[in-house]
Design a protein around this ligand. Sequence first.
Ligand code: SPV
Ligand code: MG
Length: 294
Amino acid sequence: MKRTTQLRNMLNTPRTEFLMEAHNGLSAAIVEEAGFKGIWASGLSISASMGLRDNNEASWSQVLDTLEFMSDAASIPILLDGDTGYGNFNNARRLVKKLEQRGIAGVCIEDKLFPKMNSFIDGEAQPLAGIDEFCGKIKAMKDTQNDEHFVVVARVEAFIAGWGLKEALKRAEAYRKAGSDAILIHSGRSDSAEIESFMMEWGGRLPVVIVPTKYYSTPTTRFVELGTSLVIWANHNLRASISAMQQISRKINLDESLIHVENGIATVEEVFRLQRAGELQEAELKYLPGLVTD
Ligand code: SPV
Ligand code: MG
């Protein structure tokens, strides 16, 4: 089944499904191997892994290059966190064209202004896009996609910006009418009150996607009860790798030795396995003329 269809099915089944963050080819392969059905290509994680801020400092074509590695390294669908679409409707529709060429299953755009700022940094100070302008962007993206199953998710930042439930519902409804395939409702609260209020009023008009980074203590069963379609674990591979790299770098620097670290980290053979080194050896037997050794 095509990856676009797989992602669309994840949104449209009555079950709650899950996407796990990845930010490069290696993490994409690891997410797939762990058993996830799909990948969130997080803007925060991709930019951080480049040593950059989540403010569109990476160019959109650099993000595209990263996605190409991810798309090659994993066979499950990838939903790109496309920020604001990297410009106006014209940039956003060109993005869709390029994503489809690279086998990306869908993109999520948020109703903020380019260059964006991460939602958890001074969220309330962040201006929102005009509703009409954002709807035009969604329409342009939907009109551009070649594959009818390519997914466009509209992300509502009304709660993040402190504009409240009424505005969140108004925007979600406008984005639905503009043709989006799902609504991502975001919240920076440490409890799920905003999400719950939205879900009660929304009434399943379109599938809903959530990102419980800040309200992580809400049990997943609650998201299921609320009828959430997709839950995104948005940055946890990046954060896990930061902790692991900080620890190992400090320890090796302190010890000036590898004696106490070797057993606690992935073996070199594990790196080769994840790179699929075995496949190359088999291909060499098949395609390379035999080496003359004597
Ligand atoms: C991301 O993963 O980049 C997101 C989710 O957009 S958040 O960081 O919560 O805004
Ligand atoms: Mg993001």
